[in-house]
Write a protein that binds this ligand. Structure first.
Ligand SMILES: Nc1nc2c(ncn2[C@@H]2O[C@H](COP(=O)(O)OP(=O)(O)OP(=O)(O)O)[C@@H](O)[C@H]2O)c(=O)[nH]1
Ligand SMILES: [Mg+2]
Length: 293
């Protein structure tokens, strides 16, 4: 039996979270068309006859020296240090930039093997071949597999490669486990995804979700899960955007979140969603310690 912990790394928006969701067959990690969605290390577990692979989703590797971003980058570094191997997800439709250079440089000095997933193969792209050459030049030992995280194309050779490189070992999780996230974190993430999808520009980045209360209650027809949550933003103006005209936007976010939470948790969901402001939270060291982990 094989057993491995696999760090999934790459530039923001490369498709890391989409890949893990598709590989595990579950919504493990939230995704969005805007970059810098993932802020935590999130495990997605795949168990097969060949063994168990623990995929660890990470924040997109982004070169900025703001406190918030440095913490995200530290998570990537820490995850790579503990992993048995790394999957380097690269968006084949975007030209290589300095972030890609920095990411590749980091991977070159790892003791563990690297598999490169050249992602978004479902889209036509003039940068695919140049990007493939870039990986070949920067990481000559890395095998390159062309994939589409969206459709699942290329997953079979990718998984063959991962299992081949994985060390022997016993599974760490029972076979039916696909993630180890606690319910509060999952709920907060689903709500954040719906809020990101409903907003633009700086709002998705200025946002986090605080679960104030989460409680299950037995009722005669079905068990209910009560969730009281806050969308926290940095400024009053962002609060207004989230609420929308006549409260329309927050109602939509709540409806979408409730729908998806109802698919994940075996309860009828009752979500009480509000908005509040916490100025400069992205510079609050103590808050970030709890939020980014
Ligand atoms: N067409 C296409 N789109 C993809 C593919 N993989 C991911 N995407 C899209 O790319 C966007 C970013 O995907 P994510 O999975 O959130 O990317 P990520 O690397 O996790 O991003 P961060 O968490 O910000 O680092 C989303 O809109 C996805 O639907 C793919 O194979 N094909
Ligand atoms: Mg992600």
């Amino acid at each position: 039996m094989k057993s491995a912990s696999v760090a999934v790394v790459g530039r923001p928006g490369a498709g890391k979270s989409t890949l893990i969701n598709r590989i595990t067959g579950h919504k493990v990690s939230i995704t969005a068309p805007v970059p810098q969605t993932t802020r935590n290390r999130i495990r997605g577990i795949l168990t097969e006859e060949r063994g168990q692979i623990i995929f660890i989703d990470t924040p997109g590797y982004h070169l900025s020296d703001r406190k918030f971003n440095l913490r995200l980058r530290d998570l990537v570094t820490g995850t790579l240090k503990e992993a048995d191997l790394a999957v380097y997800v690269m968006d084949s439709t975007r030209p290589v930039g300095e972030e890609e250079e920095a990411m590749a440089e980091k991977l070159l000095h790892l003791p563990c093997p690297v598999v490169a997933a050249l992602n978004k193969s479902d889209l036509a792209s003039e940068t695919r071949e140049p990007n493939r050459l870039f990986i070949g030049r920067k990481l000559p030992a890395a095998e390159i597999v062309e994939v589409s995280a969206l459709t699942g194309t290329g997953f079979s050779p990718l998984l063959d490669r991962i299992f081949a490189l994985a060390p022997e070992g016993d599974p760490l999780y029972p076979p039916d486990y696909y993630t180890d996230q606690d319910p509060e974190f999952r709920a907060a993430e689903i709500i954040r995804e719906k809020a990101i999808a409903a907003t633009r520009e700086e709002v998705p980045h200025a946002l986090y979700v605080e679960i104030a209360d989460m409680e299950a209650a037995e009722e005669k027809d079905k068990s209910r899960l009560w969730i009281r949550a806050f969308l926290v933003v940095e400024r009053e103006s962002q609060q207004g955007i989230l609420v929308g005209k006549g409260g329309e936007r927050i109602r939509d976010i709540r409806t979408e979140a409730q729908k998806e939470l109802g698919r994940i948790f075996p309860y009828r969901i009752h979500l009480d969603l509000r908005v509040k402001t916490r100025p400069r939270w992205r510079r609050d060291e103590a808050l970030l310690r709890g939020l980014i982990r």
